[in-house]
Design a binder for this molecule. Structure first.
Ligand code: PEP
Ligand code: MG
Length: 588
């Protein structure tokens, strides 16, 4: 399906998800959504449709072999296994024969029939009781999408064949897609779908590259090779700019880079207000290879180590030894600073091949994170052993995600105690005093924060989910993205409740959701008394700069005033006004 190049200077607007200005060539991933039209064909077109199917099978086979080679070098044997499974689905004789048969019988186009046959398989697997087979549905969808694209002659979703630096354009980027990407070659992400806290957005911020999401139709507005300008500050994207527009943005990019360079002087300075209040400023870690960039940005530790990537990159569950090696490496690299390792938070929008899950109508409200771990003690214990073993130097802390009730804390602590007992009886050393924390990201937990605080050593507020669950706005659903506010008053009140409750009970309270790294929120969070902010690495210096410019006593007054306001818009306007008039800072 050849399309002509997009026109010149087309401007699109989306959600600014990661700041910065990038200019580069597009590399388009084929969308997750395939459009299949039903067409009737005449008898003499049957042979042509069958030929198209056979040719697409060959092309897809070659593609999969190529991706498999790349996955092997990148993720080892496990990555290779995923694509072995894809090859066998692709070459399944029953499917191929049934498709050919049905093309002849129904006299319909090949992509339509193939889609129909694969859908039948998908549906029958989905109803099975066996978890393994249900888990194969994701593979079937992947293979189906790839083959149909090849029948239709579209561009394919080769995630890691980038030969040069490029702007990645996709309908959406799932966490498992991003595991395979060659992150060194990506200069920006643009997606049709997604909101500020979708995983493509979080990943862009953690990589320090610009991103605009929720563009709705960028995948149809550009083609591979087009030039695009990404303004991750305003959310604008310009396709094939004219030379005058290009020059304007080259200048803006230089200014932005200069501004960022200017921030580097804060790298080794303490994160302290003018009146001497220290705030622990740490970084969120999504992939092990980000450690060096975290250190370069001057982070004092890791406030949220999302361990999911270990589970997303492979067809098999990671072994205790694999996890132990990664956690130990991280703890050693950042020693003596703390590393807060969060136990597995899979489910919701993060699905892993190694952990097949039943279909759910509401995955965000479903089987996710601690709920899965508590029902799978073997899985949970293996990760806990790895975390505890990596804690020997004393700088590791353990964080439990998606806590919705005290019951879950009791159960998790009982399992942690069992694991500690096992390690002790096996003479395996660990930090017996390891701090255990609860993520506060569900309203019920925020309301019960005082009771939870009695059971743990610290609380860490996850605003990405807390906003989602408080306002009932799916954080990945573009249709309702406008309802996902930046500074929602209801959530700020919950944050205040959590901080005050934690302090009353003598535990420290941090924040690791994206709000922690939002410069517009810094003054309020400081004033609310958060002890720690864990932010995307690229935001570390800007947040530190703001904290160093203000007094804690001023920020308390600002937070108090903000908390009396009734809408997110009023709060945003008030903070922007304070920032520009009092501190001469313009926040995007
Ligand atoms: C959060 O919900 O704020 C959080 C930090 O966790 P995640 O984004 O991984 O769900
Ligand atoms: Mg969360």
């Amino acid at each position: 399906m050849k399309r002509s190049s997009a026109g010149h200077n087309i401007k699109l607007n989306g959600i600014a998800a990661s700041a910065g200005i990038a200019i580069g060539k597009v590399f388009k991933l084929s969308g997750d959504v395939i459009k299949v039209e039903e067409r009737s064909i005449s008898s003499d077109q049957i042979a042509h449709e069958v030929k198209k199917l056979i040719k697409a099978l060959e092309v897809t086979k070659r593609e999969l072999a190529e991706i498999q080679k790349q996955a092997k070098t990148k993720t080892g044997k496990e990555g290779e296994d995923i694509f072995d499974a894809h090859q066998s689905i692709l070459e399944d004789h029953v499917v191929i024969e049934e498709t050919i048969e049905q093309i002849k019988e129904q006299k319909k186009n090949a992509d339509f029939i193939y889609n129909q046959v694969m859908q039948g398989f998908q549906d029958s697997l989905q109803t099975l009781d066996d978890e393994y087979f249900r888990g194969r549905v994701a593979d079937i969808k992947d293979v189906k999408r790839r083959l149909i694209k090849n029948i239709q002659g579209g561009e394919t979703r080769l995630l890691n064949n980038l030969t040069q630096k490029a702007v990645i354009i996709a309908y959406d980027l799932t966490p498992s897609d991003t595991v395979l990407l060659d992150r060194q070659k990506i200069i920006a992400f643009l997606t049709d779908k997604g909101g500020k806290t979708s995983h493509a957005a979080i990943m862009a911020r953690s990589m320090g590259i610009p991103s605009v999401v929720g563009l709705e139709n960028i995948t149809n507005s550009v083609r591979t090779g087009d030039t695009v300008i990404i303004d991750g500050i305003s959310g604008a994207v310009i396709v094939n700019p004219t030379s005058s527009v290009l020059n304007k943005f080259l200048k803006l990019r230089a200014e932005y880079d200069e501004l960022t360079k200017d921030l580097s002087k804060f790298r080794n300075l303490p994160c302290r207000t003018l009146d001497g209040k220290d705030v622990e400023l740490s970084a969120n870690l999504d992939f092990l290879d980000e450690i060096n960039s975290i250190i370069n940005y001057g982070a004092r530790g890791v406030g949220l180590f999302r361990t999911e990537y270990l589970y997303l990159k492979s067809d098999k569950l990671p072994t205790e030894e694999q996890e132990f090696a990664e956690y130990l490496k991280t703890a050693e690299k950042l020693y003596p600073h703390p590393v807060i390792i969060r136990t597995l938070d899979i489910g919701g929008d993060k699905t892993a091949r190694c952990l097949p899950m039943p279909h759910e109508d509401n995955p965000m409200l479903g089987w996710r994170a601690i709920r899965i771990c508590l029902e799978n003690p073997k899985l949970f214990k293996s990760q806990l052993r790895a975390i505890l073993r990596a804690s020997i130097k004393g700088n590791v802390k353990l964080l439990l995600p998606m806590i919705s009730s005290l019951d879950e804390i009791y159960k998790a602590k009982a399992i942690i105690d069992q694991v500690k007992g096992d390690l002790t009886s096996q003479n395996i050393p660990f930090d017996d005093k390891i701090e255990i924390g609860a993520m506060i990201e569900i309203p019920s937990a925020a309301i019960m924060a005082d009771a939870i605080a009695e059971e743990v050593d610290f609380l860490s507020i996850g605003t990405n989910d807390l906003i989602q669950y408080t306002a009932a706005v799916d954080r990945t659903n573009l249709r309702v993205a406008h309802l996902y506010d930046r500074l929602p008053p209801a959530v700020l009140r919950l944050v205040k409740n959590v901080v005050d409750a934690g302090h009353r009970k003598g535990v420290w309270v941090g924040m690791c959701g994206e709000m922690a790294g939002d410069p517009l929120a810094t003054l309020i969070l400081l004033g609310l008394g958060l002890d720690e902010l864990s932010v995307s690495p690229a935001m570390l210096l800007e947040v530190k700069k703001i904290i160093r410019m203000v007094t804690f006593s001023d920020s308390r007054k600002i937070a108090e005033k903000a908390l009396q306001m009734k809408t997110s818009m009023q709060i945003e306007r008030y903070i922007r006004n304070v920032m520009t008039t009092r501190y001469k800072l313009k926040i995007n």
